[in-house]
Each structure stands twice: as structure tokens, then as C-alpha cells.
Design a protein. Structure first.
Length: 105
């Protein structure tokens, strides 16, 4: 449990964009992917729009993090503005379904 909390704290420190404002901080959040079934397809699709019918533009896996603004969410779909994929910060932009996330502020 201590290791998990340490990881979350470390990711939260990386999550703050350089030009963040106080307003951004109250709406910004992170999605740490932890609930994907390793015996299933093992990835979450990032899509062009908030629907599984939209084109896939990227894939993320358990341990990756997506950053988003709560105001952009449509139901369980949220728009990723950037993320950490395979330990590297990336500018992934697209919609993802939050059912496989552990959301943190």
C-alpha cells in the first residue's frame, strides 16, 4: 500500500503542467490505469471521440497515467490532454473510458 501511495504522489507531482493556474488545479485529475485484465487484450484505446465506435488513435496499459480536466468528461468518457506512457511524458490527446482507472486529484 505504501508503494502505491508513493507512486501516486510521484505521478501527481509530474501531472502539473508548467502553465497551470489555480482554476486548472481544481478541475485537473489523473487516471492511473490499474484495472485492465492482463488475460484480456491488456490495453485501453484512446479514441477520436467519446464512443467505442470512434477511431482508435493510441493505446495505454496498466501502470500508464492519463491527465484530464473533469469539465471535459461526458459521462464515463474523458478527454486526455497528456499522459505518462511507459514511464515517459507524452502529449496523447483523445477520449478514454474511465472504468479501468483509479482517479486521483
Amino acid at each position: 500500500m505504501k508503494a502505491f501511495v508513493s507512486i501516486l504522489l510521484g505521478l501527481a507531482l509530474c501531472a502539473t503542467p508548467l502553465a497551470a493556474t489555480a482554476d486548472d488545479d481544481q478541475y485537473g485529475a489523473g487516471c492511473l490505469l490499474t484495472k485492465l485484465d492482463p488475460n484480456g487484450d491488456g490495453f485501453l484505446s484512446i479514441r477520436r471521440g467519446p464512443s467505442s465506435k470512434q477511431a482508435e488513435i493510441a493505446r495505454v496499459r496498466n501502470g500508464d497515467t492519463l491527465f484530464f480536466d473533469h469539465r471535459t468528461c461526458k459521462g464515463k468518457w474523458c478527454f486526455a490532454e497528456e499522459g505518462i506512457v511507459k514511464g515517459n511524458r507524452t502529449n496523447v490527446n483523445g477520449w478514454f473510458y474511465t472504468a479501468w482507472c483509479e482517479i486521483y486529484p
